[in-house]
Design a protein. Structure first.
Length: 308
């Protein structure tokens, strides 16, 4: 589906992408994670053919993006990070325009525009100018145009920016359905909110690929893997928590008084012991959560290692 080999991109004397290689298959949802300036958008622009590599090759669905650019673009959809800003064209007019560019007409064109609008819940704003929409709706229009032609590869750049919490839940459902039809790559600084979506995690730092691993393995690299976060209305007995078997330490949440995270030693499960202590002490717990690992923390650590 997507094959990148020894990809390098120079900007002046700097390498913004450095010897990057990747292979992605259909029905994969890949998270492309990294801090600001890591090279995520540059990489997506190179895959999409918006920028040309200095060296290396990119093949999308069997088409080299340099030797067969039109064929590669036909099987690729791209939601750009920059928001749409057309001041007069309506949402429906914009989607019709994209359908025209993609070569659709007649009943098929109407069907594809209607389906994309329905999947992104844009029906009520179809006659509203794109420029008058809020950031979240502009983002949804950008995603709608990217999936209108049912691409084989979908690139999403910070797709959840500007979306309300309930919209982010619906976005996850949408991407899960899209992954059944195509390969999806999502570039984001907010990896934790994508943990339930992505099956594979890539970390890019200073243009280099520093991690490529199944998401479950990536989560295990977090020191919060199998930690337990709990909150109570009254202060908790931290010493009683600290001496439980398998406990590595306790973190108090400075922003939310009464909330603590109990860290687990590698290979230990502390959740049952904490549950038993709560029952024994009769604590009034308002929330209790078993952590799967904080991805943002792992990305920061890997990025820092590269910058040293």
């Amino acid at each position: 589906m997507l094959e990148i080999s020894s990809l390098t991109k120079h900007l002046g004397k700097s390498k913004v992408i450095n010897n990057f290689s990747l292979f992605a298959q259909r029905q994969e949802c890949i998270g492309l994670f990294g801090e600001d300036g890591a090279g995520k958008t540059t990489l997506l622009n190179l895959i999409a053919g918006i920028a040309n590599p200095s060296s290396g090759s990119i093949t999308v669905h069997g088409f080299n993006t340099l030797t067969h650019p039109l064929q590669a673009r036909k099987v690729l959809g791209y939601q750009l990070q920059a928001g749409l800003s057309h001041q007069t064209m309506s949402v429906k007019g914009f989607l019709n325009f994209i359908a025209d560019v993609r070569g659709f007409s007649g009943a098929e064109k109407r069907s594809r525009v209607d389906r994309a609008a329905m999947r992104l819940e844009l029906s009520r704003v179809l006659n509203v100018p794109v420029g008058a929409l809020c950031v979240g709706l502009k983002r949804k229009v950008a995603i709608a145009q990217a999936i209108l032609h049912t691409p084989s590869l979908l690139l999403l750049d910070e797709p959840t920016e500007g979306l309300a919490p309930n919209q982010r839940v619906k976005f996850r459902t949408l991407v899960q359905s899209l992954t059944e039809e195509m390969a999806v790559i999502i570039a984001s600084r907010h990896c934790d909110e994508l943990a339930s979506l992505c099956t594979r995690a890539l970390v890019i730092a200073r243009g280099q690929l520093v991690a490529d691993t199944p998401l479950s393995e990536f989560q295990r690299k977090s020191r919060h893997y199998r930690a337990v976060t709990l909150a109570a209305e009254t202060p908790l007995d931290l010493l009683a928590l600290a001496v439980l078997p398998g406990v590595a330490g306790i973190e108090e949440d400075r922003h939310t008084p009464g909330t603590v995270t109990v860290l687990a030693l590698p290979g230990h499960s502390i959740y049952p012991h904490i549950n038993a202590l709560i029952a024994h002490r009769g604590w009034n717990i308002t929330s209790l959560k078993l952590e799967t690992g904080r991805l943002n923390e792992v990305v920061r650590h890997l990025s820092h290692e590269v910058s040293l």
